[in-house]
Design a protein around this ligand. Structure first.
Ligand code: SF4
Length: 321
């Protein structure tokens, strides 16, 4: 994929999101920059608590930013007035991690799915609204008879399908998929990922796909950004990341993925991360991975490595790369 020929849809520049805590300032997102191009999927991975969800939500304007910029189709997400924000939500949607918590138990499936249709006045009448809900149910692999049931009557995978239908209802261009498979059984995860891939092809969607499972992220992503404690440490095309990971943290993450070939799997060496995890509350200068990196040197503990382009389209933040 040549990103030079593609049009940016979401441009995030030096984005910061800090929270005041009793112990100091928690730097959940600390100077993150990336671009998502129309029609692509950018996977964002990292351990729990690395700031990936906060980064996505801040980029979408769900949280106010502390600093930096997030532009959606050239428009500052955090400077939108009410009307612009409403228009933005018809173009950009979120699928949430927890299909149990994100669906209102008092609403029927039809009303959950039609929420966006109602807010944006997309249906010409009651019949049109119902027709649209039925079409959406069909597109996500559910039946029209599901429309009048309640969310608690469904399995986790089915609830996530309802969440996807709800996001699709406004016919968006962009969807932030916020760990959409983390709460699901492994057997269901692939079904949901395959559904998202099919919908992307059919509708020309652009995704930010947040996950901690690198194996599944590879399957859906054109490019992958690896996040560690509030910063991006590596970003490149997904095949390149798997062939040639350069950041020690990415290498450790990849070494943990089981390989389907039993002979290769036997020779797989897992890189175990040892040492202290740096606190995100007023972190000291230097590389935030230094406490767990076997290659850390004096420079790593005093100078923060910048995210640099080390080959066309391949960025890494490490003094040794
Ligand atoms: Fe390791 Fe230093 Fe590179 Fe950080 S900058 S990943 S501590 S080698």
């Amino acid at each position: 994929m040549n990103t030079q020929d593609r049009q940016p849809l979401l441009e995030v520049r030096d984005l910061k999101k800090y929270f005041k805590s009793a112990g100091g300032t928690l730097k959940a997102v600390d100077g993150v920059s990336f671009t998502i191009y129309k029609g692509e999927t950018l996977g964002m991975v990292g351990e729990s608590g690395c700031g990936k969800t906060t980064c996505g939500r801040t980029a979408m304007g769900v949280y106010p930013k502390t600093g930096g910029l997030s532009l959606f189709d050239g428009e500052d997400v955090h400077a939108m007035d009410r009307a612009a924000r409403l228009k933005f939500t018809s173009r950009a949607q979120i699928i949430y991690q927890d299909p149990y918590a994100s669906l209102d138990p008092r609403m029927t499936v039809a009303d959950i799915i039609a929420e966006g249709i109602d807010i944006h006045g997309l249906a010409s009448g009651r019949n049109d609204r119902t027709k649209r809900v039925y079409e959406l149910l069909d597109q996500v692999g559910l039946n029209t008879e599901h429309a009048n049931r309640f969310a608690h009557e469904f399995s986790g995978g089915q609830r996530q399908r309802i969440g996807i239908a709800r996001a699709l209802a406004v016919d968006p261009e962009f969807i932030m998929c916020d760990e959409p498979i983390s709460a699901l059984d492994v057997s269901i995860q692939a079904q949901i990922v395959n559904l998202l891939i099919r919908l992307q092809k059919e509708r020309g969607l652009t995704y930010l796909f947040i996950a901690h499972d690198l194996a599944m992220v590879k399957h859906i992503s054109d490019r992958i950004a690896v996040m560690y404690l509030g910063s991006l440490v590596e970003l490149t095309e997904s095949t390149r990341l798997y062939e040639n990971p350069v950041h020690p943290y990415t290498r450790a993450l990849l070494s943990a993925i089981p390989i389907p070939d039993p002979d290769v799997e036997l020779s797989r060496t897992r890189i175990e991360l040892k040492g202290e995890v740096t606190s995100p509350i007023d972190p000291p200068p230097g590389c935030r991975f230094a406490g767990r990196c076997s290659k850390a040197c004096d420079k790593c503990r005093t100078e923060t490595p910048a995210l640099r382009e080390i080959e066309p389209g391949h960025f890494a933040a490490c003094h040794l790369v």
